[in-house]
Design a binder for this molecule. Structure first.
Ligand SMILES: [Zn+2]
Length: 289
């Protein structure tokens, strides 16, 4: 079965939720890089969180979550498109200690970027890292920046990355003011083992069987990297002809490596002349002398 996001609401309450369990999507990330286990745990949790948050946004574009730190782990990035295709990677140095968010990232920031597909101005939210888990850092972000009460439960191991999200929608209090704390208590009984091993329906039944639960159609999630040779060429053009020619003179080719999917793009002297020949013609065409 493919990976999927499952949306649900507790009927006649302001509580909605999503749950996700990534298997193939997560394996596609893991087979491209070998992450030390404590870092792999955080990366998997951030992937599940990215899928859950993207599902709650009414937004046509890309959601990028970054944990930035000054510890042994410098950066963890997860990106999720509106179509729920995802990619993820991390940067680290030296030995990774056993431990949570603090031990791995030290002092840091949690950065959320929303990049519209239309190419319009995006949105960036930045908060300090709070708590010792990805879920705590994200709840802090949501409380500070989005002001939508949000709770998250996340888990990951070498096989799955999974999570559960609850949100309290504004202006839909209904006649059940106790629903939000009650749903939180029920969801908080979830174990990492259940998140990682139960399908969505048995999981939600286990947690909310006393509630009037409405389920929506599940949405598929998959791995996809958005890198292309054309985008790499654009980047080389920004570097400039002299710089690229210099590297080719030294090494015989320019090699660009995508950190998300590990694909390598190579350009030799002939490629380089073509790239910059077509580019300078275009530029001259646009310039009046
Ligand atoms: Zn790539």
């Amino acid at each position: 079965m493919s990976d999927s996001l499952q949306r649900f609401v507790l009927e006649d309450t302001p509580v909605r939720g999503e749950c996700v369990r990534l298997t193939a999507t997560w394996q596609a990330v893991l087979e491209r890089h070998d992450y030390p286990p404590p870092l792999r745990t955080l990366l998997g949790e951030l992937m599940a969180a990215g899928a859950l948050l993207a599902a709650t946004l009414k937004f046509d574009g890309l959601l990028a979550l970054q944990l930035q730190g000054d510890g042994p782990v410098k950066l963890i990035v997860v990106e999720c498109t509106r179509d729920h295709t995802m990619r993820a990677t991390a940067k680290w140095q030296g030995e990774i200690p056993d431990g949570g968010l603090r031990a791995l990232l030290g002092k840091g920031r949690f950065v959320v970027n929303l990049m519209p597909a239309s190419g319009q101005q995006g949105y960036q939210g930045v908060v300090g890292l709070e708590g010792d888990t990805v879920a705590a850092a994200l709840e802090h972000y949501m409380a500070t920046s989005e002001q939508i009460p949000t709770r998250l439960w996340l888990a990951s191991d070498q096989h799955h990355a999974a999570g559960l999200l609850l949100q309290k929608l504004p202006d839909q209090a209904g006649n059940d003011p106790d629903a939000w704390p009650r749903a939180g208590h029920l969801a908080a009984t979830v174990t990492a083992h259940e998140l990682l091993h139960l399908d969505a329906l048995p999981l939600l039944h286990r947690l909310f069987h006393e509630e009037d639960l409405r389920l929506f159609d599940a949405k598929p999630v998959s791995f996809r990297c958005s890198c292309t040779r054309e985008r790499v060429i654009d980047m080389l053009r920004m570097l400039g002809h002299d710089e690229v020619r210099g590297v080719i003179a030294e090494r015989g080719e320019v090699e660009v490596h995508c950190e998300f999917c590990n694909r390598r793009y190579a350009f030799d002297a002939v490629d380089s002349e073509q790239i910059f020949a077509s580019h300078s013609t275009g530029a001259a065409g646009r310039t009046r002398h």
